[in-house]
Design a protein around this ligand. Structure first.
Ligand code: FES
Length: 107
């Protein structure tokens, strides 16, 4: 299991454990974490799984892909250098303890 902490825009922190190979989005949805919607189920069609990877973890999650850039153009909240579609971050053991921040809104 891989531990992930989600920090909401208001500072509320929620830590859950996700399966290795699952995504940051799926781990949030499976545990009813407010702030990650994942409307399209992870097929890169919605951008309601937008998150900001904590700076300390970018080297572990990697940079976002070009396809993510295209979808994030439609994101409801500001896109930053550390913006990712959380459905595209697959959990690995190296990400145990990962911290992501959630935008103010996903719609
Ligand atoms: S869940 Fe829809 S783009 Fe990530």
């Amino acid at each position: 299991m891989v531990k992930v902490t989600y920090i909401a825009a208001d500072g509320t922190e929620t830590t859950v454990e996700g399966d290795e190979g699952s995504s940051v989005m799926h781990a949030a949805v499976a545990h009813d974490v407010d702030g990650i919607v994942g409307e399209c189920g992870g097929s890169m069609m919605c951008a309601t799984c937008h998150c900001y990877v904590d700076d300390a973890w970018i080297s572990k999650t990697g940079e976002r892909q070009h396809d993510e850039d295209d979808m994030l153009e439609g994101a409801a909240s500001e896109v930053r250098a550390n913006s990712r579609l959380s459905c595209q971050i697959k959990l690995t053991p190296a990400m145990d303890g990962l911290v992501v921040h959630m935008p103010e809104e996903q719609f």
